[in-house]
Write a protein that binds this ligand. Sequence first.
Ligand code: ADP
Ligand code: MG
Length: 752
Amino acid sequence: MAKLSHSKADILTPVQFIKGIGPKRAEIFALHGIKTVRDLLYYFPFDYLNLTEISTIGSLRKMADTGKLVSVVGTVRAIDIVGRPPRRRCIIIIGDQTGTLPLLFFQNINYFKSAFQLGETIAVSGKINSYMNRSQIVHPRIDRVEVDESNDITGFLHTKGFIPKYSSNEDFRLGRITDTVFRKIMKTVVEQFASHVEEILSNKILAENNLIPLTTALHDVHFPLSDSEKDIARFRLKFDEWFFFQLLLAYRKKKNKVDLPGIPFKIESKLARRLVDSLPFKLTKAQIHVIKEIANDMRKPKPMNRLLQGDVGSGKTVVAIIAMLIAIENGYQVAFMAPTEILAEQHYRTFKRFLDGLPRLYRGLPVNVRLLIGGQRKALREDVLEDIRRGTANIIVGTHALIQEKVEFANVGLVIIDEQHRFGVAQRAELMRKGKESIKVTPDVIVMTATPIPRTLSLTVYGDLDVSVIDEMPKDRKSIKTLVMPESQSDKLHKMMREHIQRREQVYIIYPIIEESEKVDLKAAVENFEILRNNIFPDLRVALIHGRMSSEEKDKVMDDFKNKRLDILVSTTVIEVGIDIPNATLMVIEHAERFGLSQLHQLRGRVGRGTDQSYCILIVPDWLAKLTSRQSHTPVFLHPENRQNSTDLSDSDKQKALTRILTMLETSDGFKIAEVDLKLRGPGDFFGTRQSGLPELHIANVLEDRKIILAARKEAFHLVDSDPHLRAKENQCIRKFFYDKLKDSLNFFQVG
Ligand code: ADP
Ligand code: MG
C-alpha cells in the first residue's frame, strides 16, 4: 500500500488520495500528466460559464430556445417517472414564487428519482427549451443549495457564478470524470491546498508588476467571483510562465555573451568589397543595414549570436557570403549548415560561383569551398574531411553531416545555419561546440530563417538571440500572381504551362508527401510524373526529383533544371526551401489543400526570383475551388451542400484548408502569413517546443500576452544581471522553483 504520510497541506500528495479520485481515476489523470495535487492545481479551466444571474422561473418563457444558459433556484414540488422506453424519463418539477419548471432526465432515471427530497431547495442551470408550449430543461446542472434565515443562498458550484470548465475528453469520460465530477474534485483540492502553495516570485517583482499572491491566483483561476477576478488571476499565472521562460533565455544568452571569449575579427575585408563590386545587382538598403549589424558584432571580442530573418527571396545568402569573407580573410574556417542536400548543393555552387572570381587569399590560394553531405562517395568524403582537418578548406557547406563525430574542424570562427527552423537547438549547439573545440573560444553564429516571426514571438523562441531583419525585397521583383484551379480543369493548367515553356521559362509541379502515408503519396507522384511525361507533354523535357533518390541523382536533375536542360520539374517538397532558379516562373502545387500555410508560402517563393512575371497555381479539389471563388475577407463557413462528396476531412480541417488557400490569395507578406499559420496551428506545433528546448506553456498564449511577455522579460533579464546566482535572500523562492521545475530545460541548454 502506498504511503499515507502526506500531510493535509502537502501539494505533492498523489492525486489518488484526493476525495473522489482513487487509484482508477488516478490512472486516467496520470495519462494527462496529472500526478500530484500540484499538477491538479495547475490544471486550469479552458473556459468559464458566466452564470452570475439567477432568473425567476416566471421570466424563463421568453428565453426558451434562445440557446442561452440560465440558472434558477426552486424547491422540489414533484418527482415522477413517466413514459416508456426510449422516451421513459424522470421529471422533477421545481417551483418558486413566480411559477414552476419541469426538469427532464432521460439517463440515470432511477438515480434522479431518489436523489432529491420533496421540499428540498436546488439550483439548476441549463438551456431552456419549450415543449408543447411549456418551458423545460433537459439534464440541467444541479446544486443542492442552502437557504439561511435571511434568504441568502450558499452552496453553488455548478449553477451560479463563473463556472470553470475543464477539458473532458474521451479518457475522462470513460473514467466517469464528467464536467461536474471534475469541478467537485477541483473544489476539494483548491479549498484544501491552494493556500499552502509556496510563493515563487520575490515581493519586489510582485509589487512592481501588480501581481496578486500565488495562493490567491491559484484559487481564483478555478473559482473566480467575477470576470475581473478571473483575469487578474490569469494575469499572475501567465506572468509566472513567461518569467521563468524568459529566465531560461536570459541565462542562455548570458552564457553565450558574457562568460565566453569570442573572436575580435578585423572587419575591413578586401574580398568582401570586391564581391560587392562584382555583384550584378545593388544591395538593398536592408541588406546593407544587416551587414553592418553583423560586421559590428563580429568586430567585438564577444561571440555573436544573431538571427537573420528575411522573407523568402529577400537575399539572405549574399549577406551570409559577406560575413563568410570577413571570417576567412581573418584566417578562419566557416561552417555553413543547410537542412537538405539539395540546398547544401545549391549553396555550394553559389558560393563557388561568387568566389571564383575573387582575388586569391593572402597565402596565394583561392577560397576553397567544400561540400559535405551524406550520400558522397567514400574517397571524395575522405578528401573533404582531410581538407577540413588540415584547414585547407575555407568554407565548408553541408547538411547535418557537419555535426557527425568524424568531422574535425581546424579552426571554425563562424558558424552559419540556413533555414534555422528546420533544425533543433541541439543541432545548432552541436555545431557551435565543434567550432569551439577547434579554436578554444566561441565562434560567431548566424542563424538564418525565412519564417518571419512576429516580434513578440522572436522574444520567446529566439529570445536569446539578437535579431536582424531584411525587411525589403530587391527592387526589380514583380509580385507573384496566385490563382486557384479546381482539379477538374487540368486542360486549362496544361495550356498555361505550355505558354510559359514557349517563352523559354520553366515550371515546377509539386506533389505533397505526407509522412504518414509516404509510400502511397510517392507512388502517386511518380505515376503522375509518368503521365505528364509520356501522355501530356511527350514533346517537352520533364524530370522528377524526390527525397528517396541518391544525392547524385538529385544533383544531376537540379543541375539540368538550373541549366535549362529541363522544362518541367516534378517534385516533392524536397525543394521547399531555399532553391533559387530565377528562370522558373510557374509554380504548380497539386493538392494545395494538404500543405501547411508556411509551406505554401515557401514553395511559392521558388518563383518570382527573376524579372519575369511569375505565377503560383494552387490546385485544389473542386468543392474547395468553389468556395474560394466566392472569395471574401469574411470567413466562409461550410454549408451542408459543400460537405457532400468531399474527401475524408473533418469540417474543421476543411475550414482550415479554406483559410490557408484564401490567405495565399490575399497576401504575399510573409509576416501576415506566419501570423495566420500560427493561429491555425497554435504555437506548439508552429515551433515545436520540444525542438526549441524550452518549457511548455500552459496558460500563457504567445498571441495574446504581448505586454506580459515584455514585463516578464524585463524582470527576468534584470534579475540575471543583478543577482546571477540567485543568492539574495529575497530571490530564494525563485531559485527553488527554478531548479525544481526547470531542471530538464536547464540541462538541455547547458549542452549549448
Ligand atoms: P533568400 O533570402 O530566400 O535565401 P536568396 O539569398 O536565395 O534569398 O536570394 C534570392 C535571389 O535574389 C538570388 O538569385 C540572389 O542572387 C538575388 N538577390 C539578392 N540580393 C539582391 C538584390 N539586392 N537585388 C537583386 N537581386 C538580389
Ligand atoms: Mg535562402
